[in-house]
Every structure is written in structure tokens, then in C-alpha cells.
Design a protein around this ligand. Structure first.
Ligand code: NAG
Ligand code: NAG
Ligand code: NAG
Ligand code: NAG
Ligand code: NAG
Ligand code: NAG
Ligand code: NAG
Ligand code: NAG
Ligand code: NAG
Ligand code: NAG
Length: 746
């Protein structure tokens, strides 16, 4: 119980302290807010000199007490942060009329806890004026200063120029505790009383008064001017007062005595504002909100008690201040950024590359499509589809198929090369072995394309045992690729003229090759839906398979050979020995041209010599002419191939030689047709087989049987009614004859 009373008593004592009492103090008077250490009631002010009395009779004028003998003075403003108070101080005056001085008013001020601020100036106005003030600053020494102003009726007066003409001013020294001012006139204003009867003198805040020339006359109604006073607490230094009771500097404030007077002042710490003499009134300033910070960006400004910080983004360091180290990217951030940039660059690069490749591929596809169109692919497709489905028709290959088949046109796959182009050996996806010819073709006109397509279509439809079969073509390349069946054993030319292979080519095989070639040509001339003239019959264009079955190739190809000067030269040289002289002269192409060329082939088979060779003596150079000459001379034997090892000239050879002679006649009309040639050769062959049937086949019986079977079936199926009845009956009898001996031999 006792303790409780004691606690209550202590609490009551605390509540009764000056601090808490101040809640009942008047906080304003008139327009002025009154704050501690000023106050207007008991316990509301620090010392009697800070007592503000509110004179409500005059509409609420706050009045400050300045000691017993001083008139109370009105306060116009006060600042606890600057430790200043603004009072309305009286203006001193000294007036005259013609009779002399009529009024002298020289106000004085004596301060105790206050000092006259050096922010004031002392001003005197008048045309015959001398004014000065005196006062003490600390000790007993009295200091003073003043100024003199003179002017006349004709003086040049200037506004705001308070420099001795009509107005003069002097600065107020610091620390003045009181003043006594003196004003007097040297000539009692005698001469000038009519326009400037008074002299004025006063203290005023420097910014609060500017001289105006009219003030020489209209200043009589101005009684007060604002004047600044400094104030401080007590007469002790900060250090003396700090630890003592009644020390006034509260939270977040610091003590200051650097103002040059006795006592101390309190100031809120930097970054705080408020009244340092009131507990907890120094409040933090939010610099970020008020935009009074130095951060690079207002968004990185973070307020702290009494200060603020500029926080840099993650990965950046620095103080973030414009005048400081700002925000700079950390090394890791730099690396990250660099990494980011390089990643984007790489990504971009990949994208661009991908796009490029896609575009390139598309371009390639477009190019292929163009080539396909240019090469008549569409026309060909129409032709094929229009003709109905037949297995024999040309297939249109894609470029990929052929690329794969030839192992991307590998060098090792080349099986022939010449003026006409390059021939590759290839294996199709269905394991068929083919020869792929890359022709040299240029300058395609629409007519040429149509011709080419015609040929492809016609050739693909030819299904003859002794004609190399065209399987298809590829039109997606600039130069069309032709795909033929692959014939394994080389050309007839290789076999006749290559010494190594000679043993195999007996006369009987040669005869059979000649017959087969003649049949093929005859078929082309007459049997195919459109007559085809080969135009380039020569051993080079007769291919042989493993069983020495002849396959005529490259027909019509002369049309595909580019009309180019160089190429023409080689072409003419290469086939000159076979060229129909009539065709050369007249340019009139007939099937008899092929007959002539075939005649040369016959002679080549007989003689084993090249059609044209500049190694031979002049008269023997052109084989055809030499042959005809020898035949005419009855010296056939000298032309015949010594490798045939003939002791005498057999009758078949004489027959064939005669046939060759007829084929080589200068006038086409005198030559037999290819059909006649074929029939005649078939007859010769038949008689030869009758004489010694083994020559047709090799030593291998199975192979021979196979061959013969193939021969007969092929002839029956492919030739059908194309060969005349007479010839087929001859052939039929022949095949029966050939089969019998072998069958019996088994
Ligand atoms: C003004 O006073 C001065 C000094 O007494 C005198 O010399 C001067 O004549 C006077 N001027 C006039 C206009 O009275
Ligand atoms: C006086 O105080 C009030 C409230 O405290 C404030 O709104 C007003 O602005 C202050 N007046 C002056 C002149 O400081
Ligand atoms: C006030 O004036 C009276 C008489 O005029 C004088 O006796 C007294 O000492 C003065 N007081 C102060 C504080 O100057
Ligand atoms: C009072 O003083 C403060 C600062 O000292 C100033 O900002 C304000 O304008 C003054 N008010 C008047 C009415 O002079
Ligand atoms: C000025 O007036 C005073 C009294 O009024 C007088 O004593 C003095 O002599 C006058 N001075 C002049 C220069 O007239
Ligand atoms: C006096 O002049 C100064 C500068 O020209 C100006 O800043 C100030 O406000 C003026 N004071 C008054 C009371 O007109
Ligand atoms: C001064 O005040 C009086 C009376 O209030 C007035 O008649 C006179 O014109 C005023 N003078 C000036 C210069 O304003
Ligand atoms: C300081 O003030 C106290 C009381 O106000 C007074 O007793 C003392 O004499 C003063 N000291 C000086 C040096 O003015
Ligand atoms: C605020 O912080 C900055 C940096 O830390 C410092 O330089 C400055 O002096 C501080 N300002 C205040 C008022 O404490
Ligand atoms: C920053 O520097 C500029 C000039 O360099 C100066 O004017 C400004 O006051 C400075 N600001 C701070 C907050 O230091």
C-alpha cells in the first residue's frame, strides 16, 4: 500500500514536471506559433526573457518582455532551428520645422539572453542626417558605429542605392548585447525642411528593407522595422551544461556554441528536423520522398534514420550517388552481361545460319523445280501419264536417287567419258545396275526440249534385245541425266581394237554381233512407232554383254551433243570414218545413212582395223575406201583381220564383204535397207551355225543352252510380227537346228 502511494507520487511528480505541463501552454498567438523555449504561461518558457505575452486586446499580438525599463516589443517570427527571433523594433527619428527641432525619438534596447543578430543592418535616412549607435559586446567596452547622409533639392537620388545620398547604412557587428542610438542634424534641416523635415535611423533585417527615394518624405508613418535577434540558453558552454540537470538539447540533437556568444544552442542533427528543445521532436527527414537526395535514380533511394542510402541493383556496386562512385556493374555482372550478349549473339548466329540454310535449301528446291520445268519434266510426266501405265516407260528419277546410286558421282564410278558427256555406273535402290549418262547439253530451246522429251519417251518404249534400254531420266539438274541399263562388257570397239580381248572375238561371234546390230537398226528404222535414225552407228556405240550379245547404244544422241565449236571438231574426227558421204553433201538425213555407217562397221569387223587412222599409209587411211578398193582389185584377203587366222577366205566372209560393199555405195538409193541387211546376215549366220553350231556358244554347255533359249524366246517375244514372215521362219528353223545338237549332247 505504501509502495503503491509512493509510485503514484513519483508518477504525479513526473507529470507535474515542466515538460508535461507544456501541453497546456498556448501554442500560438495571432499568426505566430509559439514553441519552447518560448512560452506564454507558467512553466511554459525557459526563462523570463522567453516569456511571450499575448496581447489579445490588439487582436493577438505576441509581446516579448525585455526588462523593466523597456517597452514591450512585438515578436513577428521565431525559429528554434536557427535560434532566432524576429521583433518589430522602433524606428528612431529627429524632425524639424523652420523653428527648429520638433521631435526626437532615439529608441534603445538592452538584452540579457539575446544578442543583436549580425544579419541586421543599421540604416539612416535623411538629407542632413548623422546617426550612430553604441553598445557592449561581452565586456564593459562600449563600441559604436554610424553613418551620415546628405542631399539637397537637386541631388541625384537613386532607388536601392543606400550609399550616403539620402540614405546610408552600416553593418552591425556580431554579439551586440544592447544599443543606444543617436540622431542629429548638422544644420537643423534649415534649408530643406520643406521637403525632408526628418532624419530616420533603425536596425532592420538585411533583406527586409530596400531604400526608395520616396522614403525621404513618406517614412513618417513607419514606426517599426523587423529586426533579428539571436538567442542562446544560459551562460554555460555545451560541455559545462551537458551533464547537468536542465540541459535542453533533446533526442537527435546536438549542442552548439559556435555562434560566438555565451550559453549554448541546440540543433537537430543533420537529416532531422523539428524542435531540438522538445523531446523527440527532431524527426527524420525523408530525403527520398522530398527529392533532396543525390542518388542516381530516385528508385534506388532508401531513407535511413538521419540519412539515406542509394542501393544499387543486384550485381552492381558503388554508393549510387551522382557525386560518388555511382553504381557500376560487378565483375561477375560484367561477365554475366558478356555471357548474355555472347549467348544472344551465338543464338542469333545459329538462327541466321539456320535461316540461311533453309533459304538455300528452298532455293535449291526451286532451282531443281525450274530445271525440271526447263527440261520438260512436266511435259514428260504428261506424256507418261497420258500413255497409260506400262512398265517399259521411262521413269523420272529424283536427283537424290541418282546421287545415292552413283555414290555422289564418285570418280571411281565413271565408266566412260567423252565429248558426249560422262557415264557413271550406278546401283539403284532396287539393286538394278545402271549406267547414268550426264550429257553435255546447252542452250535449250523449246523445240530442243520437245525433241529431247520425244526421244526419251520413244526410247523408253523400245524394248529390243539388242538395244540398250533407257530406264529413265532425271530432269532436276541443269543437264538432264539419262539412266540406261548397264552393259557389262564394254564396247565392240574395245573388243576389236584392244589386242588383249581379241582371242574371244572369233569370226562367228563377229558375225552374230553384226547380225544383232543389223536387227536392232532394222527394228529402229521400221518397227518402232516412229522411225528412228541412229545417225551415229559405230563400234563405239555397240555395247557387249558378258555373252557378247550386242546392244546398240547412244542412238539419237548426236542431237544431244552440244553444237559447240571444239566439241564439233572432235565429234567429226571421231565419227568421220562412218559418215555417209551423201548425207555430208546433201545434209539430207535418211535411214540409208545408218546403212552406210553399218557398212563401215561390217568392214571393221572383217578387218579388225579402225575406220579412220592417220597411222596408216595414205591410201589405207579411210578403211571404207581402202576396203572397196581392195575388193575391186580382188585382193580382199589383204584387208581381212589376220587375227581371224584364215588360211582361205570362207564363203560367208565373201558374202558379208559383198554386203558391206553394197552398204558402202555412194548413192543411198543403191544401198540395201537395214531390213534387207539384217535378213541377209541372218541367213549367213544360219548357214554358219549349220556348219559348226558350237561356235555360237562358249565351251560351257549350261551357258550355251541358256543363251540359245534366251535367243529364241527373246526373238519370239520381242520381234513378234515385226520381222517378215520369211525371215522369222528362217530363224525359227535355225533355232530348232541349234538347240537339237546340244540337247542330244546332254
Ligand atoms: C543652407 O545653409 C547653409 C549653411 O548655413 C547656407 O550656407 C546656405 O546658404 C543655406 N541655403 C539656403 C537655401 O538657405
Ligand atoms: C503553426 O502551427 C500549425 C500547426 O502546428 C501549422 O499548421 C502552422 O503552419 C504553423 N504556422 C506557422 C506560421 O509556422
Ligand atoms: C529603470 O529606471 C529607473 C528610473 O528611471 C532606474 O532607477 C532603474 O535602475 C532602472 N532599471 C534598470 C534595470 O535599468
Ligand atoms: C519566419 O521565419 C522563417 C525562418 O526563419 C521564415 O521561413 C518565415 O518566412 C518567416 N515568416 C515571416 C512571416 O516572416
Ligand atoms: C539648431 O537648433 C538648436 C535648438 O533648437 C539650436 O540650439 C542650434 O543652435 C541650432 N543650430 C543651428 C546651426 O541653427
Ligand atoms: C530588396 O532588394 C533585394 C535585392 O534586390 C531583394 O532580394 C529583397 O527582397 C528586397 N527587399 C524588399 C523588402 O523589397
Ligand atoms: C500618414 O498617416 C496619416 C494619418 O494616418 C495620413 O494622413 C498621411 O497621409 C500618411 N502619410 C503618408 C506619407 O502616408
Ligand atoms: C550565469 O548565470 C547565473 C544564473 O543565471 C548567475 O548566477 C551567474 O553569475 C552567471 N555567470 C556569469 C559569468 O554571467
Ligand atoms: C549520409 O551518408 C553518407 C554516406 O554514408 C555520408 O557521406 C553523409 O555524410 C551522411 N550524411 C549525414 C547527414 O549523416
Ligand atoms: C555534387 O557535385 C556538384 C558539382 O560537382 C555540386 O554542385 C553538388 O552540390 C554536389 N552535390 C552533393 C550532394 O554533394
Amino acid at each position: 500500500m505504501l509502495l503503491k502511494i509512493l509510485v503514484l507520487a513519483i508518477a504525479a511528480m513526473g507529470a507535474a514536471s515542466a515538460q508535461s505541463d507544456r501541453r497546456n501552454c498556448e501554442s500560438s498567438c495571432g499568426n505566430l506559433n509559439i514553441t519552447y523555449p518560448f512560452g506564454s504561461g507558467e512553466g511554459c518558457y525557459y526563462s523570463p526573457y522567453f516569456l511571450v505575452t499575448c496581447d489579445r486586446s490588439s487582436g493577438g499580438e505576441p509581446v516579448l518582455f525585455f526588462g523593466e525599463n523597456t517597452t514591450n516589443i512585438v515578436i513577428s517570427n521565431m525559429s528554434t532551428s536557427k535560434s532566432e527571433v524576429e521583433i518589430m523594433m522602433f524606428v528612431g527619428r529627429d524632425c524639424y520645422d523652420s523653428s527648429g527641432s520638433v521631435g526626437l525619438d532615439e529608441p534603445t534596447l538592452t538584452l540579457t539572453d539575446f544578442r543583436i543578430s549580425a544579419k541586421n543592418k543599421f540604416v539612416a535616412i535623411g538629407c542632413d542626417t548623422y546617426a550612430y549607435f553604441e553598445g557592449r559586446r561581452g565586456g564593459d567596452q562600449v563600441d559604436g558605429t554610424g553613418c551620415m547622409s546628405k542631399c539637397g533639392r537637386d541631388s541625384r537620388l537613386t532607388d536601392e542605392s543606400c550609399s550616403g545620398v539620402g540614405c546610408c547604412e552600416v553593418a552591425v557587428p556580431e554579439g551586440l548585447q544592447n544599443f543606444e542610438m543617436t540622431i542629429f542634424s548638422v544644420y537643423n534641416h534649415t534649408n530643406i525642411t520643406d521637403f525632408n523635415p526628418c532624419s530616420y535611423a533603425f536596425f532592420v533585417e538585411q533583406e527586409q528593407y530596400n531604400f526608395s527615394t520616396t522614403n525621404l518624405l513618406d517614412f513618417e508613418n513607419v514606426s517599426k522595422m523587423p529586426m533579428l535577434l539571436d538567442w542562446a540558453i544560459g551562460n554555460q558552454t555545451c560541455n559545462q551544461a551537458k551533464d547537468k540537470d536542465g540541459f535542453l538539447c533533446k533526442e537527435n540533437s546536438k549542442c552548439d556554441q559556435d555562434y560566438g556568444g555565451p550559453g549554448y544552442r541546440c540543433n537537430c542533427l543533420e537529416g532531422y528536423e523539428g524542435n531540438p528543445y522538445i523531446a523527440d521532436d527532431c524527426k527524420n527527414i525523408n530525403e527520398c520522398e522530398r527529392q533532396i537526395h543525390d542518388c542516381e535514380d530516385k528508385h534506388i533511394c532508401v531513407d535511413t534514420p538521419g540519412n539515406y542510402t542509394c542501393t544499387c541493383k543486384d550485381g552492381y556496386s558503388g554508393d549510387g550517388r551522382k557525386n560518388g562512385t555511382r553504381c557500376t556493374a560487378n565483375q561477375s555482372t560484367v561477365i554475366k552481361i558478356a555471357l548474355g550478349i555472347s549467348t544472344s549473339v551465338i543464338f542469333l548466329f545459329v538462327c541466321v545460319t539456320w535461316l540461311y540454310l533453309v533459304l538455300k535449301k528452298r532455293k535449291l528446291i526451286t532451282l531443281r523445280e525450274n530445271f525440271f520445268k526447263q527440261n520438260g519434266g512436266i511435259m514428260l510426266q504428261q506424256r507418261i501419264s497420258g500413255d497409260g501405265s506400262s512398265q517399259n516407260q521411262a521413269k523420272v528419277f529424283s536427283i537424290e536417287e541418282l546421287k545415292k546410286a552413283t555414290n555422289n558421282y564418285d570418280e571411281s564410278k565413271i565408266i566412260g567419258k567423252g565429248g558426249y558427256g560422262t557415264v557413271y555406273k550406278g546401283v539403284l535402290s532396287d539393286n538394278r545396275i545402271v549406267a547414268i549418262k550426264k550429257s553435255k547439253l546447252a542452250d535449250q530451246t523449246q523445240a530442243q526440249i520437245e525433241q529431247f522429251i520425244n526421244e526419251v519417251v520413244i526410247l523408253s518404249q523400245i524394248n529390243h534385245r539388242n538395244v540398250v534400254k533407257l530406264i529413265g531420266c532425271c530432269l532436276e539438274t541443269e543437264i538432264p541425266l539419262l539412266v540406261y541399263e548397264f552393259i557389262s562388257n564394254g564396247t565392240l570397239s574395245d573388243h576389236i581394237h584392244n589386242k588383249d580381248n581379241l582371242s574371244a572375238l572369233t569370226w562367228d561371234i563377229r558375225l552374230r554381233i553384226a547380225t544383232e546390230t543389223a536387227e536392232a537398226l532394222s527394228y529402229l528404222h521400221s518397227a518402232a512407232s516412229v522411225p528412228i535414225i541412229h545417225r551415229d552407228v559405230k563400234p563405239m556405240n555397240i555395247l557387249l554383254d558378258d555373252n557378247y550379245v550386242a546392244k546398240v547404244a547412244d542412238f539419237g544422241a548426236s542431237k544431244l551433243i552440244p553444237i559447240d565449236q571444239n566439241e564439233l571438231a572432235t565429234l567429226v574426227q571421231g565419227t568421220l570414218g562412218y559418215l555417209d558421204p551423201e548425207y555430208l553433201q546433201t545434209n539430207q538425213l535418211t535411214d540409208k545413212s545408218d546403212v552406210y555407217s553399218f557398212g563401215v562397221v561390217l568392214v571393221e569387223l572383217l578387218s579388225g582395223k579402225m575406220a579412220l587412222s592417220f597411222d596408216r599409209p595414205e591410201e589405207e587411211r579411210n578403211l571404207a575406201i581402202y576396203f572397196l578398193f581392195s575388193l575391186k582389185q580382188g585382193r580382199l584377203f589383204q584387208v581381212l583381220d589376220e587375227r581371224l587366222q584364215l588360211n582361205e577366205v570362207p564363203s560367208e566372209i565373201i558374202q558379208v564383204s559383198r554386203l558391206a560393199e553394197r552398204c558402202l555405195r555412194v548413192k543411198g538409193d543403191d544401198r540395201p535397207t537395214m531390213k534387207e541387211v539384217a535378213i541377209e546376215l541372218q541367213g549367213v549366220l544360219a548357214s554358219t551355225i549349220q556348219k559348226h553350231p558350237w561356235v555360237v556358244s562358249g565351251s560351257n554347255e549350261d551357258e550355251g543352252e541358256y543363251l540359245l533359249k534366251e535367243l529364241t524366246t527373246d526373238y519370239e517375244s520381242t520381234h513378234g510380227g515385226n520381222i517378215s514372215n520369211a525371215s522369222s521362219s528362217t530363224f525359227d528353223s535355225m533355232s530348232k537346228h541349234t538347240i537339237l545338237p546340244i540337247a542330244s549332247g546332254r
